[in-house]
Design a protein. Structure first.
Length: 80
């Protein structure tokens, strides 16, 4: 059986850097200001080259390994 996964997020440092001057200051009333989990997750994804930051071959290998036929992707937009 093949799967279609929904709401798969991806992030790009290049896109985040280009958009940053146009973005308002982040507002996250639900987030503890001391919680740096998003930043840590992005750093780990970059360091480990995981599927969050990959939209190429690495993601396709991950999809094949996990029997995923298609992913509906959206931009995560969790840049610090």
């Amino acid at each position: 059986m093949k799967f279609i996964t929904l709401e798969e997020h991806w992030e790009s440092e290049r896109v985040n850097a280009a958009a940053k001057p146009y973005m308002p200051a982040p507002v996250s009333p639900h987030k503890n200001p001391e919680d740096h989990s998003i930043e840590e997750f992005m750093a780990k994804s970059k360091r480990d080259n995981t599927e969050l930051t990959s939209v190429g071959n690495k993601r396709l290998v991950f999809m094949d390994k996990n029997h995923i036929e298609m992913q509906i992707m959206g931009y995560g937009d969790n840049s610090p």
